[in-house]
Design a binder for this molecule. Structure first.
Ligand SMILES: N[C@@H](CCC(=O)N[C@@H](CS)C(=O)NCC(=O)O)C(=O)O
Length: 208
């Protein structure tokens, strides 16, 4: 059976939500991160989630690939758009932006400064710079959401699923991130979706 490897609260939550939004027969398998004996190392050589193992053993990684793949298993879903359409490229553009600018370029140095310098004295500076970068990257989204409910095409898409995950990470950061009111509104609408609540409960992140 197709299996999605996740870690509670990690970015794999996006693919987990997509599985539930689409009602796909995918088994959800929780794994530990950053421990050498975690089974994720036998699945993804980088030891990262999400990883989607297909029936034939093929392993897909990166939300930016897994989310479109999952949506394509449910042709006609409103979460994505037809091949060749500009809307599809707009959704993919946001997936790329979220993966590269928000996650890798900003959250990673903020949360893991040791990956950027072995000198502990440098970590506070790396974190401070990453916070600045994160704010700029989110402000671009904040401006785009002015007068819009969702990122693309006035409807909830894969891009909003992925943004919602990072928007929940933002709530730990306080000011000035709490002033991003359009993103806070999107996060609230995201939270109200049954599939999001089911995924959060299954990951132990929401009571009920
Ligand atoms: N941009 C990728 C990044 C995947 C990634 O970095 N996953 C993190 C969790 S949020 C992870 O598994 N980290 C463990 C590690 O790097 O050892 C995606 O969204 O799929």
């Amino acid at each position: 059976m197709t299996t999605l490897f996740i870690a509670p609260g990690a970015c794999s939550l996006a693919s987990h939500i997509a599985v539930r939004e689409l009602g796909l027969p995918v088994q959800i398998e929780k794994v530990a991160l950053r421990t050498p004996d975690s089974p994720i190392h036998a699945i993804n050589p980088l030891g990262r989630v999400p990883a989607l193992q297909l029936d034939d053993g093929t392993v897909l990684t990166e939300n930016s690939a897994i989310l479109p793949f999952l949506a394509d298993q449910a042709p006609g879903t409103s979460l994505f758009a037809p091949a060749g359409s500009a809307e599809r490229a707009l959704v993919q553009g946001w997936l790329g932006y979220l993966s590269a600018e928000i996650h890798t370029a900003s959250f990673r140095p903020l949360n893991r400064p040791e990956r950027y310098s072995a000198d502990e004295a440098a970590h506070a500076g790396i974190r401070a710079q990453a916070r600045e970068q994160l704010l700029k990257a989110f402000e671009h989204i904040e401006r785009h959401l002015e007068g819009r409910q969702w990122l693309v095409g006035e409807r909830f898409t894969l891009a909003d699923i992925y943004l919602g995950v990072f928007a929940t990470w933002l709530t730990r950061l306080g000011a000035p991130f709490d002033g991003l009111t359009n993103i806070a509104r999107l996060r609230q609408q995201w939270l109200e979706r049954p599939a999001v609540q089911e995924a959060l409960k299954a990951e132990g992140l929401l009571q009920g």
